[in-house]
Design a protein around this ligand. Structure first.
Ligand code: HEC
Ligand code: HEC
Ligand code: HEC
Length: 171
């Protein structure tokens, strides 16, 4: 359990988007671990730990399914005794041109993050108050502060654009 935790914490830090590639690198080749440290022997190979977790449409680790299905249980804070404040508030974002609309789920995000991770530095907490464009996401703003870094890649359009667009009928 401990060993899995160490690896998951590591891959979460470096992000699931890059994790899949990073993670395929054996510990001794990643340039981060000191192989001469006696504790090195205790570490689990990332590929072995990740092989137990569900994957998304692109074959990358699906962290949301991993937490929902109880495969992982990230610490709630430094001590592990802090309470998580989850919020059930789903927002459909419709400024998507001809693409399917975007579902933003607070509950998915507040299983990992606290309100101040996003409010109000990244998003004003008011529906429609943020002018989000794909270009700005790719430039690392808004959703792109995390997606493409510590959460799945901004190239995985279909994981965000999931809601039928009534005008184009695309899904
Ligand atoms: C991390 C989530 C996420 C991913 C991944 C994502 N988008 Fe978006 N996209 C959004 C959000 C949020 C908006 C803004 C919606 C709003 O403000 O109503 C948006 C808006 C858009 C828009 C309309 C605004 C504009 O800038 O033209 C287009 C087109 C678009 N996305 C295309 C794409 C394509 C193509 C991909 C894949 C290469 C993609 N998106 C991946 C979240 C995402
Ligand atoms: C991962 C980022 C993220 C986190 C974490 C987050 N939010 Fe939000 N929140 C958003 C986004 C995105 C919107 C929609 C903004 C928009 O439509 O432009 C939003 C909107 C809101 C709104 C506006 C609802 C309305 O009816 O106008 C409230 C209130 C809110 N959030 C409260 C919270 C609280 C409380 C928490 C912590 C329990 C939280 N949020 C955590 C991203 C986040
Ligand atoms: C502060 C960091 C942060 C921001 C900002 C953020 N996300 Fe996320 N998001 C995460 C993390 C962490 C996960 C879980 C790890 C993963 O799936 O890669 C996640 C997961 C998701 C999922 C997967 C839900 C599922 O059921 O599979 C979607 C969709 C998503 N985010 C959309 C968005 C959209 C749209 C925005 C912008 C409006 C956004 N996120 C902004 C961190 C963030």
């Amino acid at each position: 359990m401990m060993r899995i935790f160490v690896t998951i914490a590591f891959s979460f830090l470096y992000g699931s988007a890059v994790a899949a590639e990073l993670i395929a690198i054996p510990l001794k080749a990643d340039g981060l671990h000191d192989t001469s440290n006696p504790a090195y022997e205790l570490l689990q190979e990332p590929a072995e730990a990740l092989s137990l977790l569900p994957v998304d449409q692109n074959g990358k680790t699906d962290w949301v399914r991993s937490i929902q299905n109880g495969y992982i249980q990230p610490r709630t804070g430094l001590t592990g005794k802090e309470a998580m404040k989850e919020l059930e508030l789903e927002i459909v974002m419709k400024n998507t041109a001809s693409m399917p609309h975007v579902m933003f789920s607070h509950s998915v995000h507040t299983q990992w993050l606290t309100c101040s991770s996003c409010h109000s530095r990244i998003f004003l907490p008011q529906i429609g108050a943020n002018f989000i464009t794909e270009k700005r996401i790719k430039a690392g703003e808004y959703c792109g502060v995390c997606h493409g870094k510590v959460a799945f890649s901004t190239e995985q359009c279909e994981r965000c654009h999931t809601v039928t667009n009534e005008i184009t009928g695309l899904r």
